[in-house]
Write a protein that binds this ligand. Structure first.
Ligand code: NGQ
Ligand code: ZN
Length: 453
């Protein structure tokens, strides 16, 4: 029997006791029964949570982590970081992309992510030519997801321009170049890989890199349930360029030009005016927040309190992967707001006053929506994606049920995720990913190659 008995499980209605969870061979939950008796022979766990969705990833950037933290002659910024990232992206082979992604995904699982949305734009070879298989690198990332066991929403990126007004790409962006036809071919080539663990959506890189006409063309050709993700309003410079080009701020311009609804994920959306907060929230689009990367790159702070008040949906992503932990994303999401407002306990509502519970459950809802897969709850029909916390850890000793997520998210840096089931398969046991040694060995070989360049 594919089953687990949880003394305490976080279900859609909140923490429940004595929950029997069962799943089928396809990796879908078939029954979730509270107040059950533990059947003989079924493993018993103390605290079980649904796994988190990582809604924004550029997997290859994992290998750049820690390498960009040296001050230059002039003031460093998002844009100087981007130059370093481009230089790094120039030489990576599809095999290297796969080994970096596998390492990243194993780490993400170990820290409590069970799904990732890969915003994938390294699609051409180092000379800027399409590979013989146009979806070559996207397929490699999906293979890495399968090796690690994480669920994936692959988002092939439309990337045609260097800036607003269809500016020609720079030579260092040649590997990213796609037009609407290229992206549609890649999406089509990936169709046979769709399954319970794998979905394929679409990502116009940004309003800088893709024109409204191109975005319309791809969205019109895409099956209606597939997610659409875009970077938006991350940097003040980008907002100014958009104003110069269109007379509108990026979010205003996007909503003026396109039908933005719940299939959309607006990544970053850092710089918003009050009317944009309201418009975004009302549209049902998910705000894709990446607090550790946004801090690392000096982006700014998303107006979370206002967005929550307006009823907006949000999720979290690790983006450049300076962190691989949902704990760190959620903690910094809340801490940024505390520092900004000089208040405490911001991410909460009158109905859900526990900040840890509010953050985990709300970010999971938004992430599930952005992933376009059967995620977001321990409930029949959803994927069997769950975490078992380490109840032997001192941080959980004698803790009231209401404070379990508070301890998980806001106390210390030990990883309290002990076991991880993803798509009905155990991938992490006692804090170790089952394939982590082989995956790390391949990753180290890749790093040695890249550092030798
Ligand atoms: C990216 N990353 O595509 O990797 C971007 C930087 C850009 C973030 N926005 C490149 N965090 O936006 O042009
Ligand atoms: Zn990004």
């Amino acid at each position: 029997m594919n089953a687990l008995f949880a003394r305490h499980a976080l279900l859609p209605q909140g923490w429940c006791r004595d929950v029997l969870l069962a799943w089928d061979a396809a990796g879908d939950l078939t029954a979730v029964t509270a107040n059950a008796e533990p059947p003989a022979g079924v493993e018993v766990a103390e605290y079980v949570l649904p796994g988190m969705v990582n809604l924004h990833s550029h997997a290859f950037q994992r290998a750049l982590g820690g390498m960009t933290e040296r001050a230059g002659e002039q003031a460093d910024s998002f844009w100087t970081w981007r130059d370093l990232m481009y230089r790094f992206a120039r030489q990576i082979t599809p095999e290297q992309i796969a080994s970096i992604a596998a390492q990243l995904f194993a780490e993400c699982l170990r820290h409590g992510y069970t799904a990732v949305c890969e915003f994938h734009y390294l699609q051409r070879d180092a000379q800027g030519a399409l590979y013989a298989r146009p979806a070559e690198t996207a397929e490699k990332v999906i293979q890495a997801a399968r090796l690690s066991g994480i669920g994936i929403t692959m988002l092939p990126v439309l990337y045609s321009h260097a800036g607003f007004g269809e500016q020609p790409l720079k030579p260092e962006q040649a590997r990213f170049r796609t037009d609407a036809d290229d992206v549609l071919h890649i999406i089509e080539a990936l169709a046979p890989l769709r399954d319970g663990q794998t979905e394929v959506g679409f990502a116009p890189h940004s309003l800088r890199a893709a024109s409204v006409g191109q975005i319309r063309e791809v969205v019109a050709a895409l099956p209606p349930e597939r997610p659409v993700h875009i970077h938006i309003a991350e940097q003040q410079g980008e907002v100014r360029q958009c104003l110069d080009f269109s007379g509108r701020r990026p979010v205003q311009y996007l909503y003026d030009q396109l039908d933005v609804d719940g299939r959309w994920c607006l990544v970053h959306a850092t710089h918003l005016q009050p009317d944009e907060v309201v418009q975004m929230a009302a549209s049902g689009a998910v705000a894709g927040l990446c607090p550790t990367t946004e801090a690392n790159l000096g982006d700014g702070l998303f107006p979370l309190a206002e967005f929550i008040s307006a009823g907006g949906s949000f999720g979290i992503g690790s983006d450049s992967h300076v962190s691989q932990s949902p704990v760190e994303e959620l903690r910094w999401l809340e801490y940024g707001q505390r520092l900004l407002r000089q208040q405490r306990n911001i991410a909460a509502t009158p109905e859900q006053r526990q900040v840890g519970d509010y953050l985990w459950r709300t970010a999971l809802q938004g992430g599930a929506q952005a992933a376009g897969r059967k995620l977001g709850a321990l409930a029949p029909g959803k994927r069997a994606d769950l975490l078992v916390l380490d109840d032997a850890h001192v941080n959980l000793a004698g803790v009231a049920l209401a404070d379990v997520l508070g301890s998980f998210l806001f106390c210390g840096n030990d990883n309290l995720v002990r076991d991880v089931l993803c798509g009905g398969q155990w991938q992490v046991r006692h804090g170790r990913h089952l394939a982590q040694d082989a995956i790390a060995a391949a990753y180290k070989r890749t790093l040695a190659q890249l550092r030798a360049l």
